[in-house]
Design a protein around this ligand. Structure first.
Ligand SMILES: Cc1cc2nc3c(=O)[nH]c(=O)nc-3n(C[C@H](O)[C@H](O)[C@H](O)COP(=O)(O)O)c2cc1C
Length: 159
């Protein structure tokens, strides 16, 4: 069994969650950063997991675009999608739905909301400003939901 976790991240929490997830998946798992690594052939994997983080209501366009461009190849695989997101309300489901093409989202064997994390020192000036104004946050915090990662891993393993 070969799994591929393909992710985009701005400050690292999607990658961190991908690495926690990889330890819980059965079989061999490769983790690939969509923006900085070379993309392997999807045909070589049995299960593919797409991960991104939500900014202003949507995930990075690179991962949405990748999903859009590979709908056909992804449709023949067991696909899981997860996001890191700070939204506590029901809106979090809308954000993930709006971030991936419907055929991928609706057919996903697992959908994960892994929580959020901010490393204050890594944030850009503009992101710090947005965090201060919108979330009243001025320091690092971590709300990564490890139970949710385990639930997601179980669904992927059983698929
Ligand atoms: C400027 C800014 C805007 C954000 N906007 C949203 C948002 O619209 N919805 C949401 O659920 N989370 C939002 N978040 C929370 C991020 O999704 C969360 O911090 C995530 O862990 C970042 O992952 P990354 O470091 O892998 O990019 C925002 C965070 C920042 C810094």
């Amino acid at each position: 069994m070969k799994n591929l976790i393909l992710f985009t991240t701005k400050y690292g929490s999607v990658e961190k969650c991908g690495r926690i997830l990889a330890k819980e998946l059965d079989g061999e798992t490769e983790i690939v950063n969509l923006k900085t690594d070379s993309i392997p052939k999807l045909a070589d994997y049995d299960k593919i997991i797409l991960g991104g983080s939500i900014y202003l209501g949507k995930t990075q366009s690179a991962i949405s675009k990748f999903a859009e461009e590979n709908i056909e190849a992804l449709s023949s695989k067991k696909v899981g999608i997860y996001v890191n997101s700070g939204e506590p309300s029901e809106k979090k489901y809308v954000q993930i739905k709006n971030s991936f093409p419907a055929p991928i989202h609706d057919k996903a064997v697992a959908i994960g909301l892994f929580g959020d994390e901010i490393t204050w020192e890594k944030c850009s000036f503009m992101d710090k400003l947005a965090l201060r104004l919108i979330k009243k946050v001025t320091a690092s915090y971590s709300n990564i939901d490890e139970k949710e990662i385990s639930r997601f891993a179980k669904l992927m393993n059983e698929a």
